[in-house]
Design a protein around this ligand. Sequence first.
Ligand SMILES: [Zn+2]
Length: 163
Amino acid sequence: MKKPRGSKNLRDTRMSQSRSLPPIYHLVLRLPETRGLHVGCLGLQRFPHGYYVYTGSARRGLASRLRRHLSMEKTNHWHIDWLTKVARMEEIWVDFRPRRSECKSHGLILSVPGANRPFRGFGSSDCRCHSHLAHFDKMPIFHRKGKPTWRKALVRVLGSAKR
Ligand SMILES: [Zn+2]
């Protein structure tokens, strides 16, 4: 039986949607030297050296998705595949129970001091974001209420998705 629409129901719907959001991960990559890379349909792009944070989500099979990101033997399909083959994976931050979408979660990364937005379109073919990639000169540390977060989750996932 359908319930009538109302503000309470809208709130309930939002809550159930938030429960079903897929895990969101942030790949933290280090590129030792500035270089140009051909990134699929985006063409030749300049990647300054430093750190990159790429935001993605995995509705099915988080471990296998991360294993793919860590693998060097893959056919390039996503924009990030070009970068993961030349940059070193430093950390993976995982949000198992995200309260915000992948796009909003990437917005949070952009709020970390030192974040730069590289060229448009990287990892954001399916949404309206500028990109899902942030660049930092130094290793970014995500703090919330003064404490670094997401480190525990990182260890748990990498335990089953090692290179
Ligand atoms: Zn987006």
